[in-house]
Every structure is written in C-alpha cells, then in structure tokens.
Write a protein that binds this ligand. Structure first.
Ligand SMILES: [Zn+2]
Length: 144
C-alpha cells in the first residue's frame, strides 16, 4: 500500500517566485522627465582670460530632470507635482543669479551645474542642462 503525501498547498517558495514573476512582467521600470527653465549669469574662472567664457555672460538654461523606478499604487513613478516640490526650490536658488555665487557652483560649467542639481534631487536618475539649443551636459546615476 502506497503512502499518500498530504497536500499543504503551494510552498512559500512557489508563492514568492510567482509574485516575483508577476512583478517583473507587469511592473517594469519606467522613466519620467520634466523640463525646467532658469536664467542666470556666470563666468568660468578656470579658463584663460582670452577665452570668451571667462567673461561674465548669461544663458537661458533649460534643464531636464529624469526619474526612474517602478510604478506606485497610483500608477506613477512620481507625481509631477512631487517632482516640482523637489526641483523648484533649487531652480529658485539658481534663477536670476550669478551662478558663481551659489554655494557649490563656484565653477559653473554645464557639467557641474547638472551635477549640482543631481546631488540635490533625491531619487533623480539624471539631470541634463542645456546652455543653448545645441549644447548640453548630463549628470546621471546608473544607466539613466
Ligand atoms: Zn556660459
């Protein structure tokens, strides 16, 4: 006579595997981005005097902040209003200023401006800063 093995239902391992597959199949990482603008003056102090960018001048900066992650229960990576709450106070620090006078931006190249914002926006995947239509620099985390 064969002994029957009682059934206790799916194991915890089976349930975890099923949940992981569901999560990976239906909740891929998603990217959102929002564009911000600020107008600022700067000079680049590490350049020779004969370089035009060593003189004080200004840009109408455009900046794109990217966030990456799984969707929350609302279907958002992050509510754009919540992104604004993180970014706008920083934009206010930079707008209509001499960037060289902003702590941390003593040498305000586009690269270092992007890094300055990235360091201060919790969870940001990347920050791209345009000095004009043709030239931009981007600072990012991971494979953003
Ligand atoms: Zn410039």
């Amino acid at each position: 006579m064969r002994e029957t093995i009682p059934c206790f239902g799916p194991s915890l391992k089976d349930l975890l595997c099923k949940e992981l597959c569901r999560t990976m199949a239906h909740m891929p990482e998603t990217i959102i981005a929002r564009t911000y603008y600020f107008e600022s003056a700067h000079r680049l102090p590490k350049l020779p005097q004969e370089h035009k960018c060593s003189n004080m001048h200004g840009h109408n900066y455009k900046m794109i902040v990217t966030m990456r992650g799984p969707l929350d229960e609302r279907g958002f990576v992050l509510d754009f209003a919540e992104l604004d709450a993180k970014v706008l106070p920083l934009v206010k620090q930079a707008d209509h200023t001499v960037l060289n006078e902003v702590p941390g931006l003593e040498n305000p190249t586009a690269e270092l401006i992007a890094a300055w914002f990235l360091d201060r926006i919790a969870g940001a995947a990347s920050v791209r800063v345009y000095e004009n239509e043709d030239c931009w620099a981007e600072a990012g985390r991971g494979n953003a």
